[in-house]
Design a protein around this ligand. Structure first.
Ligand SMILES: O=c1ccn([C@@H]2O[C@H](COP(=O)(O)OP(=O)(O)O[C@H]3O[C@H](CO)[C@H](O)[C@H](O)[C@H]3O)[C@@H](O)[C@H]2O)c(=O)[nH]1
Length: 256
């Protein structure tokens, strides 16, 4: 069993040089998938793809797995090409696989400074710096708790019935950027200093996943409340500070 989660890019990484996504990300991952399929086709592969980018701007919401993949970022194109190579390995070597198209996971272990709106907002609150908001705040995403995603991966690992399935993995609920930032402010009791930046051409406007297939096949549904997840992330940041930092950076009233 191999669960493949690694990636060398985010949607913004190759925004200006989309051709680099292929040699730097697609080629090594596809080669890995095909080489291993050739020597060990019976070991199942789970490839974690991007439900948030692979459909591009879908015509229907929530979008299901049968809708066309029409990414608008090199990152989404790369995920599409890797999915193709996994499916090719399935056809040619009999590789057992599942592809999980994960929406926008958020969680307390998210460390990246390069992407992830919730961690970026919380980082701004903790450091007292401005939060860069791309666009007018109307873009919609399907945020899902990372622990729920981990359970979906685990359910896929245990499954023995569906060996060539693509599953959307998300909450099935859409939040606009403005909504999610308001939720961060509500949960933390702090006001963000928002700096408005023009929208980026790599960002889709709206994506909400239809996750009924994964629910019907392996019984997975997202269970965790996003407000609670944001609170966990916030508390994780507070706990990692020393006492002086906490005093300076403000504690949540009544908690310290
Ligand atoms: O500092 C920030 C970060 C993000 N955003 C906006 O917030 C929204 C969500 O951005 P995220 O960085 O949280 O996530 P993405 O939508 O870029 O995530 C995409 O890339 C992820 C990996 O990086 C996953 O593949 C996911 O499925 C896919 O939707 C976007 O409109 C983005 O422009 C900001 O305004 N400011």
């Amino acid at each position: 069993m191999i669960v493949y989660l690694a990636t060398g890019s985010t949607p913004a990484t190759f925004a200006d040089r989309p051709w680099l996504e292929i040699p730097q990300v697609v080629a090594p991952v596809s080669e890995f998938m095909l080489r291993f399929a050739s020597v060990n086709p019976t070991a199942k592969r789970i490839f974690v793809s991007s439900g948030g980018t692979i459909y591009g701007n879908p015509q229907v919401h929530p979008v299901d797995e049968d809708q066309p993949s029409m990414p608008i970022s090199a990152y989404g194109m790369g995920k599409h090409m890797i999915e193709e190579s996994v499916q090719f390995a399935g056809r040619t070597y009999g590789l057992n696989y599942n592809i999980l198209r994960v929406s926008n996971p958020i969680g307390r272990h998210h460390q990246s400074a390069a992407q992830g709106v919730v961690s970026a907002a919380i980082r701004s609150l903790v450091t007292g710096t401005e939060f860069n908001m791309y666009g007018d705040g109307t873009s919609v995403r399907d945020y899902v708790d990372a622990d729920d995603v981990a359970e979906a991966i685990w359910a896929a690992c245990r499954d023995t019935c569906f060996n060539d399935r693509i599953w959307n993995v998300g909450s099935g609920v859409g939040h606009s950027l403005t909504d999610i930032l308001e939720l961060v402010e509500e949960v933390t009791g702090r006001k963000l200093r928002v700096k408005h930046i023009p929208s980026r051409k790599i960002d889709v406007q709206k994506v909400i996943l239809n996750c009924s297939r994964v629910a019907a096949d392996i019984g997975w549904v997202a269970r965790r409340d996003i407000a609670r997840t944001i609170e966990d992330i916030w508390m994780g940041h507070i706990r990692s500070m020393d006492l002086d930092e906490r005093r300076i950076a403000y504690a949540i009233p009544g908690r310290f």
